[in-house]
Design a protein around this ligand. Structure first.
Ligand code: CAA
Length: 418
């Protein structure tokens, strides 16, 4: 039997504070419906300087190891996907290795390509295991980021932060990846970037949406070609994209998942051997189907709507949200996943939800992590945003979580809660 490889378990970490998105809209003199209906947001995580990409990554990884009883001796690879690392040279991954006291006999590194870095790391881990080179060992892939555009910018309501840690192995209880079907599409574009030394991202917002949907089209068509050849999907009474039980997207803001889904459907509608609509308007109308969006996408967005953008982790927060609510119902069914990183790179892949997904998600208990958060006022959010990242507030870390406590001689020192 062909070796199964994929995600065995996951855990999340989120900043301890969040702001209500309608309150933020009112403070900015904007109709709250623009942020809720227009962007699809409900709440937005507010990371303080003590909750940097290392602290969030280590907190998620520690929770994963603890709740799923991961044996450190069985890990052979640790990759952190991040675009908000803390040093030009020393990787976030080596901090995590030290903080969690992981063995030295491991391959440890960061993977960077905007929001795509986590998926690049995941695929390196999956293919390392599938190739047999791992020799039965597992990998940990962590996506950790803080999305920051700044106060009073168009991107402000699409900020956020957090981390998702993934255990990748030959026992894919959450998702068995269809190894070899992946479709990729990359282009050299300036849609979103963060020059060295800048804390806030620079973004050409509307152009970035176009780059995302263009890259999606390329990656999806590429995956579909392989999936058709392997008879994983087919042209028939339903279109290939409709044969996936759910489709998860990179979620910079929830409405983007809806735009992405429309684009994916348009790819199928335009390429179908028996054209389902004869005019561009008819094709556009069919692509926008609310029924399809509600059936295939909406149920994955709950956590994203409450946390905001988490760059590399956004797609995997959507996976956590989906399996948290529908893990049991989706067992044995195939889902599609679209990763997008500005600059840009995108990858579409698919996988089959495992029989133990619901049990694993119950153990992970993402709701308990979310319930620990504290709502803060807009004034408090603004105070936190204005704190220097070199002087973290001296707050005690929460139980089991890590915080940056001090920077001494340019070295970052972290403490863990009891
Ligand atoms: N009631 C209901 N809806 C309203 C409304 C109201 N009163 N007012 C406006 N809207 C709707 C608009 O119609 C629009 O919806 P559609 O796009 O469906 O038409 C939506 O609200 C947003 O309105 P605008 O486009 O006018 O908003 P904006 O120009 O102020 O900014 C944005 C939107 C470009 C997404 C901005 O928030 C931004 O730059 N965000 C960061 C960039 C980003 O997330 N890009 C995504 C692709 S790149 C990527 O994915 C990588 C990554 O992680 C960054």
């Amino acid at each position: 039997m062909k070796k199964q490889v994929g995600i065995e378990a996951l855990a999340i970490a989120v900043p301890r504070r969040y702001v209500d998105i309608e309150e933020l809209a009112r403070a900015r003199g904007v109709d709250p419906a623009k942020y809720t209906a227009g962007l699809g947001a409900k709440e937005m995580a507010v990371a303080d300087p003590g909750e940097d990409a290392v602290a969030l990554a280590a907190s998620a990884a520690a929770r994963l190891m603890r709740t799923h009883a991961v044996d450190p001796a069985k890990l052979g690879m640790l990759v952190v996907g991040t675009e908000t690392g803390v040093d030009h040279s020393k990787p976030v991954a080596s901090h995590v290795q030290g903080l969690l006291k992981l063995p030295s006999s491991m391959r440890v590194y960061d993977s960077q390509h905007a929001c795509y870095g986590g998926t690049a790391g995941l695929m390196a881990a999956v293919e390392w295991i599938a190739s047999g080179a791992a020799g039965g060992r597992s990998a940990m892939v962590i996506c950790s980021d803080i999305a920051r555009y700044g106060l009073n910018t168009p991107g402000e309501p699409t900020q956020g932060g957090g981390a998702v840690a993934l255990l990748v192995s030959e026992q894919p209880d959450l998702l068995a990846v269809d190894v070899g079907l992946n479709g990729a599409c990359s282009m050299d574009v300036y849609d979103f970037w963060r020059p060295i030394g800048r804390r806030e991202a620079v973004v050409d917002g509307h152009y970035s949406i176009k780059c995302y949907t263009d890259a999606l089209s390329g990656a999806y068509r590429n995956w579909r070609e392989r999936a058709l050849a392997h008879e994983v999907v087919r042209w028939g009474a339903t279109m290939p994209g409709e044969q996936l039980a759910r489709i998860l997207y990179h979620v910079p803001f929830c409405k983007m998942a809806r735009k992405a889904h429309t684009q994916l459907r348009l790819c199928d509608i335009e390429d179908a051997p028996n054209a389902p609509a004869s005019t561009p308007e008819g094709r556009e109308e069919l692509a926008k189907s609310s029924a399809s969006y509600n059936a295939q996408v909406a149920s994955s967005l709950d956590l994203n709507a409450r946390v905001g953008n988490v760059y590399t982790a956004s797609l995997y927060l959507a996976l956590a949200g989906l399996l948290n609510t529908e893990g049991a119902a989706l067992a044995g069914q195939r889902v599609g996943l679209l990763s997008y990183g500005s600059g840009c790179a995108s990858e579409f892949y698919s996988g089959v939800v495992g029989d133990k997904a619901a049990k694993r998600m119950a153990t992970t208990n993402v709701e308990a992590v979310m319930a620990k958060r504290e709502r803060v006022s807009v004034a408090e959010y603004e105070r936190i945003m204005n704190l220097s990242y070199e002087n973290p507030e001296s707050l005690p870390p929460q139980a089991g979580e890590f915080r940056l406590s001090e920077i001494r001689d340019h070295k970052r020192l972290y403490t863990q809660g009891p």
